[in-house]
Design a protein around this ligand. Sequence first.
Ligand code: PEP
Length: 251
Amino acid sequence: MKKLMAANWKMYKSVDQGVTTAQELCALLDGQVSDDREVLVCTPCTMLGPVAEIFSQRPYCAVGAQNFYPAAQGAFTGEICPEQLLSLGCSWALVGHSERRHILGETDEFCARKVAFGLDAGLKIILCVGETIEERRAGQVEQVLERQLMVGLRYVVHNATAATLSIAYEPVWAIGTGEVAGPDEICAAHTFVRTTLCSLLPSCGAEVRILYGGSVKPDNTAAILSLDNVNGVLVGGASLHAGSFAQIVLA
Ligand code: PEP
């Protein structure tokens, strides 16, 4: 199973800045990425096309979207559909990132519709799950993860595969805070996610990649990747600079 090293550029960068970062990243990674690593950069939708063009010559690297609307087309002002993303050379999309759940109000059920629609349309999906600090303090980590996975995957139990679906465990309190989860917390959560995936998706749950996200930096990546059931990372802040994301990819 290749480790999936995913970047999330959030709502940062002009098109020119994104193109420059993608070019710098390729200059640092070309010929360096081992066969057991796969790189993904989720950019703002404004620059998906030009960044996909840069990555198109690089089999180790793909471009992903941070969002889409679960419909083929229609009167959904401001939204973008999977077909439009695919036509730009975008092959992946995030669903359920905590910023979309907590700032944009996306529910577990809406995430479930997005996972199903995105997979059907031909996108590969990373479903993000994770607890808030209040939920952790209340001892509800497993309850939250189980709910987000059971509902989020409810429409794809028969057609998800390990090649097309990944999960990102991102404790909300570790995203953008510099407070990385400890090894015991990561191991416990990833083991729980793995067990839940195996029961929800008997045909592929053991192989679906589980990424860790939350203040991943060049100096903590190797230790995080060495933990059981950590099959990659999802990186926000430290992915904005080609140099630091390249160090993470090569860690
Ligand atoms: C993220 O945006 O998914 C994320 C994990 O951000 P950061 O790496 O900045 O914590």
